[in-house]
Design a protein around this ligand. Structure first.
Ligand code: FAD
Length: 281
C-alpha cells in the first residue's frame, strides 16, 4: 500500500442520470445533502451505446452549476469511433476535463459490440484524439472482473489501461478488504502507481444488492449474505447491519492508506452521509 499513501485523499459520489422528473428532484435533494460533505467530485454514469448521453451531460452540467466538480462516465461498447469522438467534443465544449472511461456492458439483444472492444482501447482513443485535455479514471476489480480468463489476465488488462494514459482508478465494490490490499500490492509490483480508490456500495436493500453482486462478480461474504437474507423485509435491521459493516470496511481501508473512497450512492444521500459521519471525515 506504500505507493497509495502518497496520493491526496479523494472522496467522490456516483449518481446515475434520472429518467423522470421525480427522479431529477430526488437527485437534487441527494446532491444538496452530499454536496455539504465537500467531495472532490461527483460522477455520473453512462448507458451502453450512448443511451443516456444527454441525461448524463445534463446531470453533470447541473452539478457543476451548483459549484461542484462533476465527471461524466463514457463507455465504448456499442459505439463507433465517430460517436465517441463526438461525445468527447461535446464534453470538451462544455469545459469538462475529467471523465471515467469504461467498456460498458452490452444490453441483451444488442446488435453490435461497436468499434472499440476494451476500455484500454477507449483510453488510447481519448489520448489520441484529445491529448491531455481529460483526466481519465478507469475501473478495476480487486475480486476479478466476471469475464476475465484469470486474475492474472485481468490485472494485465488493468495495467494496459494505465499504460494507455489513465490517471487513476476506481474499484468495483467489495466487502473483503483483503482482496483490495492484495490487489494494490500486485499493482505496485507491476509498477502501477496511480491512485486506486475503493468503490463502496452502502447496503440498504438485500435483494437488489444480491442481484448486482451476482452480475458484477462482487462477493457478499457468506455470513453477511445469510444474516441479511435472514432479516427478510426488516429494512431497519438490514440498514443497521449494513452501516456497521460498510463503516468498518471504510475505516480499515483508509487506515491502511487507501487514497480515498468512491461511493455508489444509488442517488440517495442517507446511507452514504451516515457512513461519512461515522467515519468522522
Ligand atoms: P475492460 O477494462 O475493457 O475489461 C472488461 C473485460 O475484458 C475484463 O474481463 C478484462 O480482463 C477483459 N479484457 C480487457 N482487455 C482485454 C484484452 N485486450 N483482451 C482480452 N480481454 C481483455 N458501466 C456502464 O455501462 N456505465 C457506467 O457508467 C459504468 N460505470 C462504472 C464505474 C465503475 C467505477 C465501475 C467499476 C464499473 C462501471 N461500469 C459502468 C461497469 C463496467 O462497464 C463493467 O464492469 C464492464 O463489464 C467492464 O468495463 P471495464 O471498463 O472495466 O472493461
Amino acid at each position: 500500500m506504500e505507493s497509495q499513501k502518497q496520493h491526496p485523499r479523494s472522496l467522490s459520489f456516483e449518481f446515475f442520470p434520472p429518467r423522470t422528473s421525480e427522479g431529477v428532484e430526488r437527485l437534487r435533494a441527494a446532491r444538496r445533502q452530499l454536496g455539504q460533505l465537500r467531495p472532490r467530485f461527483f460522477s455520473v454514469t453512462y448507458g451502453a451505446g450512448g443511451s443516456t448521453r444527454d441525461r448524463t451531460l445534463e446531470t453533470v452540467l447541473e452539478t457543476r452549476a451548483e459549484g461542484h466538480d462533476a465527471a461524466p462516465h463514457l463507455s465504448c461498447i456499442g459505439s463507433t469511433r465517430a460517436d465517441i469522438a463526438q461525445t468527447l467534443e461535446l464534453y470538451r465544449s462544455h469545459g469538462i476535463r475529467h471523465i471515467v472511461a469504461l467498456r460498458g456492458d452490452l444490453p441483451s439483444g444488442a446488435a453490435s459490440a461497436g468499434e472499440l472492444r476494451y476500455a484500454s482501447e477507449l483510453v488510447e482513443f481519448i489520448r489520441a484524439t484529445t491529448g491531455d485535455w481529460f483526466s481519465i479514471e478507469v475501473a478495476c476489480y480487486p475480486e476479478v472482473h466476471p469475464q476475465a480468463r484469470s486474475a492474472a489476465d485481468d490485472l494485465r488488462h488493468f495495467k494496459r489501461k494505465i499504460d494507455a494514459g489513465a490517471n487513476g482508478a476506481i474499484t468495483q465494490y467489495f466487502y473483503n478488504a483483503d482482496a483490495y490490499f492484495r490487489f494494490v500490492e500486485e499493482c505496485e509490483a507491476l509498477g502501477i502507481d496511480v491512485p486506486i480508490v475503493p468503490g463502496v456500495m452502502p447496503i440498504g436493500n438485500f435483494s437488489q444488492l444480491a442481484r448486482f453482486s451476482d452480475a458484477c462478480g462482487a462477493e457478499i461474504p457468506r455470513w453477511l449474505r445469510l444474516k441479511l437474507q435472514g432479516f427478510a423485509d426488516d429494512t431497519a435491521s438490514i440498514r443497521s447491519l449494513g452501516l456497521d459493516v460498510v463503516t468498518d470496511l471504510c475505516d480499515r481501508l483508509l487506515a491502511a492508506g487507501a487514497p480515498g473512497l468512491h461511493f455508489y450512492t444509488m442517488n440517495q444521500a442517507g446511507l452514504t452521509s451516515t457512513i461519512w459521519q461515522r467515519l468522522g471525515l
